[in-house]
Design a protein around this ligand. Sequence first.
Ligand code: 13P
Length: 252
Amino acid sequence: MRTRIVAGNWKMNKTFDDAEVLITDIADALDDVALENAEVVLCPPALYLEMAADVAEESNFSLGAQNCYPADSGAYTGEISPLMLHSLKVNYCIIGHSERRKYFNESHEFLAKKVDALLNHEIRPIFCCGEVLPEREGNRHFAVVKKQLEESLFHLAVEAFTQVVIAYEPVWAIGTGVNATPAQAQEMHAYIRQLIATKYDHETAGNTTILYGGSCNGKNAAELFSQPDVDGGLIGGASLKAEEFLQIVSAL
Ligand code: 13P
């Protein structure tokens, strides 16, 4: 049975003090939540991972980074390696977010290297995929997502692939207040699962956690998560308020 996950992607938000309050509030509340076959992942800015790791040690959530560079160490000014993340007991790392693809020109090939580098250090990639609006309007969304998976994930052997979490994040839904409808999300998630079954096998496809992201909030999470192939969410804006984030967790 696959694990259901709600992950909070804080992006570039919060001062240190505000981050500490938010993470403590969430951690305290999670003490009273029974997570059965489910996981909460918090992905604060890298600067706050050490503080978050301390809180995580006593709490009921896993820690995720938002980015990494695909080398263990070296002359890469400003970058953070999977080895460093591993040394802070980081369990997950978001890869291929549309903001990084767009603003930092991250290619399929570069993302494949990041995936490999993370898996080398037992960090599970949360691999983001999704189309922009003109691609959906041109009915190219399935082809776009297929290429993203093929070019950055499908080189993996099956054992390695089982460590990957996929997040379908239609770019037109991110930060816009316009979420994919539950039917649109289900349709793409089922398609992704079918691609995995074709590339690997049905068991692997059935065990892969596929999250939805894009204007997911306390109001719409329950309906989105009730779709058979939607295994939770990758949450941006709504992960910055403890109460709303916890409401989303309760929809798992
Ligand atoms: P929003 O939830 O703010 O739309 O962002 C989604 C996202 O990009 C998560 O990675």
